[in-house]
Write a protein that binds this ligand. Structure first.
Ligand code: FAD
Length: 522
């Protein structure tokens, strides 16, 4: 079932008339792009003369029960790339990648894909002669080889301590970002203490322009019709396309963010407002993860805003830290820790994800913060960082959801979820299932934190101050139940030991634990 997307470029006409595989010079070996390698830095530059192969493989779209909007974004991105590259590209729709490569009839070059499974797969294709060579991934700032050198350290001994802050400073130096010579601009590496304020009191939305929104076109409409026809198993609601999927859209999204929203980014990075789903976030994870936006382009645009005086340093540093620091660090650690990292479950968490969670049934939930975050995932396949970490992730941690199943859930339910980005974020940062390799302490809190950082609690049937009774906040009570379950571990960590001593002073602890053992609704 191999059908060329554009009628004039069927799989069989991929080899221009009169030429055979033998006469194709190495320079013109076609380049196969995965759906997260769709930017000019991948296919232009040294590769500008190569024909490009794009594959829409049914098996990949059906591999898991993805969010409907994620499938739309990925297929739309592939087809927009084909349209943009015109005659230079061939888009094949096939049952599998292998079938498409066979029908294409020429060995192709490919860049290292972005997951362990895909990497194993392209190595098999290489052995079978369908892939001529595998090139390094060009969609991140730092190469995997350079990270390995950093991981070994200057003295030649493997680094024992991995800290994002060390990595981030090295990245700033290496790429000369926000540096004055050898020193960070303004003498500071980190503006975290100036950032992360609660939302402004009484505001229903942040006083910042709405995010960039792409215009859908006929390609998007056709993708929607095709997805309807294909009857793929999906989760979540369909909806208008909210994220950039082409390099041109990504540039517009980036510029819009830098010019009009970046100034508010750092300050309200951790804040939540019920009527403001995007807050001052960049919404750039989709174009970054599709490869249509290069991280260094985003970083340089933000730095320029600071240098030109149009955005404050604290906001710019906060944003750059996310991209040049966290994103790159998570990518590198994914490879460094290897595929077995996914098996980590050091807190022994085995609770099955409930149906209301996997079905994104937000209306089954009463806790306002959880309901809003889940509704965001249902309606957009997206929630911002603090909703992922301190609402969804914190709930899962408190209730002991199986970390591997949770990682799968994030990978399928989020539009920006890709294989490489989940394990360290979910297993590591959010669930502490790796025993502290990524985060120095488990990230969870009682309702007081959520109440401080959001406007959710005012409208909630639960009371963040209460841990016992019909209106006891599931996060407050859940926090103590979690602290009790892992008291030994938490007592041994300087950053969490205080929680254990506070727990020991609770007169009603037994009643709280009993209540949480039987909690049915959230
Ligand atoms: P902004 O808040 O504007 O941040 C700017 C950029 O920084 C993001 O676009 C992203 O590319 C990068 N970034 C920041 N933190 C991280 C991080 N920890 N890991 C990777 N990139 C980061 N990010 C994804 O890209 N895909 C995911 O599936 C994903 N799942 C997550 C799951 C959990 C439990 C947690 C705690 C975080 C997850 N993140 C994920 C990281 C982060 O939450 C999202 O990148 C961010 O919310 C996307 O929105 P944004 O583009 O508006 O980001």
């Amino acid at each position: 079932r191999s059908v060329a997307e554009r009628p004039d470029r069927s799989a069989n006409s991929a080899c221009p008339a009169g030429r055979t595989i033998e006469t194709v010079t190495a320079d013109e070996t076609p380049l196969w792009l995965f759906a997260d390698q769709l930017g000019p830095r991948v296919y232009d530059g040294d590769h500008a003369r190569r024909p490009v192969l794009l594959i829409e493989a049914d098996s990949a779209l059906r591999r898991r029960r993805f969010h409907r909007q994620k499938l739309h974004l990925v297929v739309s991105a592939l087809r927009h790339t084909a349209a943009e590259l015109g005659d230079r590209s061939t888009l094949i729709r096939a049952a599998t990648y292998r079938e498409a490569l066979r029908s294409y009839g020429r060995p192709v070059l490919v860049h290292e894909p972005t997951s362990h499974a895909a990497e194993r797969f392209v190595h098999r294709l290489h052995q079978d002669g369908l892939v001529a060579d595998i090139l390094p991934t060009p969609t991140f700032a730092l190469s995997r080889a350079e990270f390995q050198q950093w991981a070994i350290g200057k003295d030649g001994k493997p680094r024992t301590r991995f800290r994002m802050e060390d990595f981030y400073r090295e990245q700033r130096r290496r790429f000369e970002v926000l540096m004055d010579g050898d020193e960070p601009v303004a003498g500071r590496w980190n503006f975290d203490t100036d950032n992360r304020e609660p939302p402004p009191k009484g505001s229903r939305v942040l006083d910042v322009e709405p995010p960039y929104r792409p215009d859908e076109d006929e390609i998007d409409a056709q993708v929607r019709r095709d997805l309807d026809e294909m009857g793929l198993p999906t989760v979540g609601a369909d909806g208008p396309r909210l994220f950039a999927v082409t390099p041109a859209e990504a540039q517009r999204a980036l510029q819009h963010f830098v010019d009009r929203r970046l100034g508010a980014f750092g300050r309200y990075e951790d804040a939540m407002l019920s009527e403001d789903w995007a807050m001052a976030h960049s919404l750039l994870s989709v174009p970054l993860n599709l490869g249509v936006l290069h991280p260094l382009d985003a970083v340089h645009a933000a730095e320029q805003a600071y240098r030109h005086g149009s955005a404050p340093l604290a906001a710019v540093e906060g944003f750059i830290r996310q991209i040049l620091g966290w994103r790159e660090y998570m990518w590198q650690l994914y490879w460094h820790f290897g595929p077995e990292y996914l098996d980590n479950n050091q807190l022994g968490a085995h609770t099955e994800l409930p149906d209301w969670w996997t079905e994104l049934d937000a209306e089954a939930v009463s806790a306002e913060c959880l309901r809003q975050a889940l509704a965001g995932v249902r309606d957009r396949g997206w929630a911002h960082h603090i909703e992922r970490l301190m609402v969804l992730g914190s709930h899962a941690l408190q209730r002991g959801y199986d970390p591997r199943a949770l990682s799968e859930w994030f990978a399928t339910a989020f539009v920006d979820g890709f294989g490489w980005v989940m394990p360290t974020n979910v297993i590591g940062m959010s669930q502490h299932a790796d025993g502290g390799k990524v985060a120095t302490k488990p990230y969870t809190s009682g309702g007081a934190y959520i109440s401080k950082m959001s406007d959710h609690c005012g409208n909630c049937r639960f009371d963040p101050k209460k841990r016992l009774g019909a209106d006891a906040c599931p996060f407050t009570a859940g926090y103590w139940a979690f602290t009790h379950r892992h008291a030994d571990l938490l007592a041994g960590n300087m950053r969490t030991a205080r929680a254990v001593s506070s727990m020991k002073r609770l007169a009603d602890l037994d009643a709280v634990l009993e209540q949480e053992r039987h909690r049915q609704s959230y």
